[in-house]
Design a protein around this ligand. Structure first.
Ligand SMILES: Nc1ncnc2c1ncn2[C@@H]1O[C@H](COP(=O)(O)OP(=O)(O)O)[C@@H](O)[C@H]1O
Ligand SMILES: [Mg+2]
Length: 217
């Protein structure tokens, strides 16, 4: 039997676009196909990067400038890639990350106005040419996504609400930023209409994954 080939898949999109929901569904699908799957998230994914996450996402975590925020995010990301993501891919696993470098492009680059050039420079410095094999960008009108995210926050009572509390125009910029990232990276990014029922979205994502990644049936 051939050794399974590892892969790295990332999910991107605003709050409430359905990333966590769809990652769970794709993981189950891939596991049913006999693949070894691990899921992870950013910011975070390793003990050190989870500490950086705490600074960034808690209400009282501090008032970071977009540049400082981006540097902290990439500091966590380098260790996440070296210590967790690359070894898992090398072991033939499919790694699915809830957010990755495109989130820094969209949030700090577009949303907070740092610009793409600086982020791409950090990306080159920290990750070289390492990038996801495929990225699903879950696209939904900002207003609808925020309504979903608010519902989830009410249900879960999570303290991680710093990014969600940003206003609607920010989330619209974010959405346009993601669409721009997808246009610039057509070989890697797939924009998914996330304004649909979860099962239909999962079917589309499953089909794309099957087309791109060997051994997935
Ligand atoms: N396709 C969908 N239609 C309606 N509600 C959804 C859909 N996908 C997810 N939700 C709900 O919306 C909220 C946010 O979804 P979630 O997957 O946590 O989004 P994200 O991880 O992108 O913030 C959750 O309460 C979830 O159950
Ligand atoms: Mg989520």
């Amino acid at each position: 039997m051939n050794k399974a080939v590892g892969a790295f898949i990332t999910f991107e999109g605003g709050e409430g676009s359905g990333k966590t929901t769809q990652i769970h569904l794709l993981k189950e699908r891939l596991k049913s196909a006999g693949r070894d799957v691990i899921t992870t998230r950013e910011p975070g994914g390793t003990p050190e990067a989870e500490k950086i996450r705490d600074f960034l996402v808690q209400r009282e975590g501090g008032n970071w400038s977009p540049m400082a925020e981006a540097l902290l995010l990439f500091a966590g990301r380098t260790m996440h890639v070296d210590n967790l993501i690359k070894p898992a891919i090398a072991a033939g696993k499919i790694v699915i990350s809830d957010r990755f470098a495109d989130s820094t492009r969209a949030y700090q680059g577009f949303g907070h106005g740092l610009g793409l050039e600086k982020i791409d420079e950090m990306n080159r410095l920290c990750l070289g040419d390492f990038a996801p094999d495929m990225t699903f960008i879950l696209d939904i009108p900002a207003e609808k996504g925020l309504l979903r995210a608010e519902k989830r926050l009410r249900e879960a009572g999570s303290g991680e609400d710093r990014f969600e509390r940003l206003d609607l125009s920010f989330h619209e910029r974010l959405r346009q930023g993601y669409l721009e990232i997808a246009r610039s990276n057509p070989g890697r990014c797939i924009v998914i209409n996330a304004d649909d029922v979860p099962e239909s979205i999962a079917a589309v994502i499953g089909r794309h994954t099957q087309e791109r990644i060997a051994d997935v049936r």
